[in-house]
Write a protein that binds this ligand. Structure first.
Ligand code: SF4
Length: 344
């Protein structure tokens, strides 16, 4: 199978140029065609000789492919289904991405794995099991190949999968998005989430400047591990201790995601523990409404309780907002990605 160029660094593209008999500087031209002009075929690359383009075509592919299905929510959110191909997956494997337009912002939620290994009890994606790591080309293809690509202002790595469990490819995709030879986006426009996979998180903090979001959901270890098996391996208290050590400068931001469940994590006891746990860490908290239908054992908090929790945390120094739910009617909201479009 031909190697994809999407996802290669400038240095690698220079090697690609040399490998097909072009000058090294053609690597820079390739980067511009791929990441700035967003070429979808070698024929588009008119400042590269015809012979050079033919040689590229013989050995390489761009790596772009369009979504195979889409669904549009009544609130304007769009969900796209991509079919994966290549050595990394067997048979028909799908992933989903969610496009969320919102006034002057347009955010894409991308997947980093097909399915997920983490098995969070409240998450429908977790029920899919794990079907493969996404190579960098498949992470970037979601960003480049949706019809709304040129409208994007922000990207969140919060779709299928745990980004820190596929850290090499995630970091590479961030590099392409933020480097001057790539898409030259500010890292502040990108947020990567994690349940707290420490080795990947350490590398992410060192090797990227993008924002971080931690899926918290319960401040008590015993209760958290009941719903998030990762807690047994990497404790939230250690993750928070590590974040307190980190030098949060250059406007890099850490936020915490907190799905609210009635009586399970929205009580005074939980609120007090959250304040104690996060004391001394400059951070934000996003409270998320629970989407019913995942598991009958979970029931979302009511509006009043969520507002109380928001006010309590804000009054105690944690900037807290209640996140508006988007795309619930097309199973595009948080934790609802199960590739349902592939079955329609
Ligand atoms: Fe995986 Fe995230 Fe779902 Fe947990 S919440 S199972 S990490 S996709």
């Amino acid at each position: 199978m031909k190697q994809a160029l999407l996802g290669k660094t400038l240095e690698e593209l220079q090697q690609v140029a040399l490998s097909v008999g072009l000058q090294k500087f053609a690597g820079k031209q390739l980067a511009e065609w791929l990441y700035v002009r967003r070429a979808t075929s070698f024929d588009d690359m008119t400042n590269i000789s015809i012979k050079g383009r033919q040689a590229l075509e013989e050995q390489y592919m761009i790596g772009r492919h369009e979504p195979v299905a889409e669904a549009v929510s009544k609130d304007g959110t769009k969900k796209y289904l991509f079919r994966l191909s290549g050595d990394n997956v067997m048979g028909d494997v799908f992933i989903e991405s969610v496009y969320i337009p919102d006034n002057d912002r347009a955010t894409l939620c991308v997947s980093t794995q097909a399915g997920c290994k983490m098995g969070c009890k409240f998450c429908m994606t977790g029920t899919l099991g794990f079907h493969g790591q996404l190579p960098v080309v498949e992470i970037l293809n979601q960003i480049f190949s949706i019809p709304d690509s040129d409208k994007l202002t922000n990207i969140v790595y919060m779709g299928e999968g745990e980004p820190m469990d596929n850290i090499d490819h995630v970091l590479r995709s961030l590099q392409v998005m933020t480097e001057a030879w790539g898409c030259a986006w500010s890292p502040k426009r990108i947020t990567v989430s994690t349940v707290g996979v420490v080795p990947g998180l350490e590398r992410f903090l060192k090797e990227s400047e993008c924002h971080l979001a931690i899926s918290l959901h319960n401040p008590f270890a015993v209760e958290r591990q009941e719903i998030m098996p990762i807690e047994k391996r990497y404790h939230l208290t250690d993750v928070v201790a590590m974040l307190k050590q980190y030098d949060w400068q250059h406007q890099r931001r850490v936020s915490f995601e907190y799905i609210c469940w009635h009586g399970q994590n929205d009580t005074v006891r939980h609120a007090k523990e959250l304040v104690r746990l996060l004391k001394g860490l400059s951070c934000r908290m996003n409270l998320i409404r629970f989407h019913a239908g995942v598991d009958q054992a979970f029931a979302g908090s009511d509006e009043k309780q969520m507002e109380w929790l928001r006010d309590y945390l804000s009054d105690n120094g944690i900037t807290t907002t209640i996140r508006r739910s988007r795309g619930e009617d097309i199973l595009a909201a948080c934790g609802m990605l199960v590739n349902a479009l592939s079955k329609q």
